[in-house]
Ligand binder design. Sequence first.
Ligand SMILES: [Zn+2]
Length: 465
Amino acid sequence: MSRDPLTTEARRENAAALASALGISFDEAAHALDLRIAVTADPSDAVACSVADEVISLLSRTVQDISSEVADGAIAAELIIGCAAPRTSAVPVYLTIEADRFSISRGRRATQTSARLPALFQLLAACYASGVALYHALGGSLPFSIPDPLSVEFRQLGVDLADLEKPIDIGHAYLAGAGAIGNGFLWAARYLQLRGQLDVVDDDAVSSGNLNRQMWFDRTDITLPKADRLVARAQPHFPHLKLEPRTSRLQGLPERSEGGPWLRRLIVAVDSRRARRAIQNEFPREVFDASTTDIREVVLHYHVQPTQNACMSCIYEPDAEESTREQHIADHLGVTLEDVRSERVSPAAAATIAGRYPKFAQRDLVGIAYDTLFKNLCAEGKLTTLEGKRVLAPFAFVSVLAGTMLALELVRRLSTGASSHDDNYWRISPWHPPLARRRILRPRQPGCLFCADPVLSAVNRSLWE
Ligand SMILES: [Zn+2]
């Protein structure tokens, strides 16, 4: 991959995320991310070295300079993995890897070589270590505190370690969304032994700004279809899983009009609440879903039909923030609320938007998601409001954390055998350790647009009961 994934637009998306988190100006945020983090690992500690490589891959999407080299110039923080000695006078952050946990702390804890760890847990350690290193590199200015140490106990994850090495047959499954979380999922799932076929469904093309968080893509992918590029990049890492690119929305696939049940297993990585509700209306039997709320939170949801508990439309019901934001987007773009709610820019709306924002060519706007357009405008510092928070692009390590948790959920449900009757919802923070007791069983919502709709629920029952 190209050495520097941070295009101008990718930097802007990162700055928009940080500006929103800190309540500072876009320019101040861009300046704050113009920093250098060093990563240090003992060359004789193989696990430490591979975690270092993961951290460098993740943070190279966020900060100006991250490397295992100690070059001249100011270094904002040094991440030291295992027993290695610090090489700089920068703020030290230590990552200690033990057999049952990893810990990230300001003081040294490691006394021996890193424990052997499944590669998926190495990636998980890299996600959390990236967050803590960035937190301290920014001088602790993020508007929340983090524990010291931040210790992730593997028993909280709910998977049998042995199951991480075993083959998992996913049958014929679909991945909806080849954006940040779709990328993050395959970035993590390459460390599992997946079998079967996964159709990667996305009708969008890679944009320059996407490179801040979509791990598999580099500059040569810009303007090309996401589904094609993700499959081309990822397939060599999945010897027993056939990846099939489908440049379409899930709602546009031909198999849906053939009648009968077709969507037996669905992994959801789309980028909005509304898109999730639309996908629920496609009657998936089993849903593995992950979403992010800017840089603060990852939400995991799982259900299998027929269920008396929450569906995806129950979890992502319309709320005030969503309608305020849609109105806000409509106002700024000069289109109607109905236009925004149709999710994609129509030819007529494209003409209106191009009239207001001459930097956009009308033909390039047709078919674009309104959320994508909104992120683009936010990333220029044109729109920075509370209403935009939820759609702001998170940092790469947050999207990859969501993808890693999604991959672990696949193992937990399909191999370790966790039941959807026990829990179907888990909110975790990139800045705090995941806790198993926070997994909950969300009930059905009385006014759910799917469950409470007599026609939809009758079709659902006829398909899966
Ligand atoms: Zn529902």
